[in-house]
Design a binder for this molecule. Sequence first.
Ligand SMILES: *Cc1c(COP(=O)(O)O)cnc(C)c1O
Length: 404
Amino acid sequence: MFDIKKVREDFPILNRKVNGKPLVYFDNAATSQKPQVMIDALVDYYSNYNANIHRGVHTLSQEATSAYEEARLKIQKHFNASKSYEIILTSGTTHGINMVANGFSDLLSKGDEIIVSALEHHSNIVPWQMLCEKTGALLKVIPMTLKGELEMAVFDELLSSKTKLVFVNHVSNALGTINPIKQIIDKAHEFGAAVLIDGAQATPHIKPDVQALDCEFYTCSAHKLCGPTGVGMIYGKEEWLNKLPPYQGGGEMISEVTFEKTTYADLPHKFEAGTPNIAGVIGFGVALDYMNSIGFDQIAAYEDELLTYATEKLNAIDKLLIYGTSQKKAAVISFNVEGLHPYDIGSIIDKLGIAVRTGHHCAQPIMDYYKIPGTVRASFSFYNTKEEIDLFIEALLRAINMLS
Ligand SMILES: *Cc1c(COP(=O)(O)O)cnc(C)c1O
């Protein structure tokens, strides 16, 4: 196991106080905190070699270009993509999903079907609804069970030769369920459908191997795994990236432009129009290096311990109900206390220095399923501790006392 005390020293924000109390940050599923090495990489870029990339002959531009492309190689290695140009740098998960949805509008016709899961982030359902409206394709949904697992038997029934695309998150941000994506990918392939995995919530806990998974697309955001906001990546199999049209027109994505015709640049530039988030991409690479130096196996094992510890403590509280009790879960716990509003609980424990999320977690369909307006969500990272969980439970009990 890693040295938790040393790890916590890497995160300057963990030293601050909130409302006079030490910060306990349990909103990691919304965004992670940042280690000093990642912050330093951003400052270093802007202080020492800030320049636009790919077009300059001058030294700074060459340094910036090579740092940017080195980051792409780190990302390629991390996800085990076979080619560096299968990694498209984006502004985040939302961007990656929209890139694929937009591209599929050229590939779908009336009567085709897209399957999504009931566990999706609702902002990620919208692009598929828009795509279906535009193309006449039908949207089908894999339902969920009370435990927060997908009904795989229904998935089998939904699949047919009409299925062109399956979209599912690797880990649910609202409930923490780890979905059986390898099984989903293999089943979809039996019908020739492509699969896009939303890895936004999985990548802080799990190191995915896109070749072993054999998915067509996999996307994530850097800010959930110790990197900066506004940057992410989408992996796509070369043949699929070639099939999709470019998402945006602009500089970098063209090879030749006349008023009569434009020819598109090769991968990955075809999908990287305009000046990218150069500092962000470099920071993303450094964040991956940092997390790999701790080790994803160690991270997963430690977070599992935190999850078990917190689940036991919460289950011991009267009238508290946890939503999402899947066998396979990442370190996310959604719950309610009977008769109390999640927002009130969140506000009171914030006064005690504790940051949790309250609300529907951009997963309205899941809340509708349980017939609740929202939950309190505590999500843990490898820099959290059991002592922090004790502080959280203490604060929660105080809030329950005050509110009941
Ligand atoms: C956070 C999250 C997103 C959205 O990520 P952005 O960085 O806001 O684009 C999508 N899906 C899941 C499962 C998430 O947790």
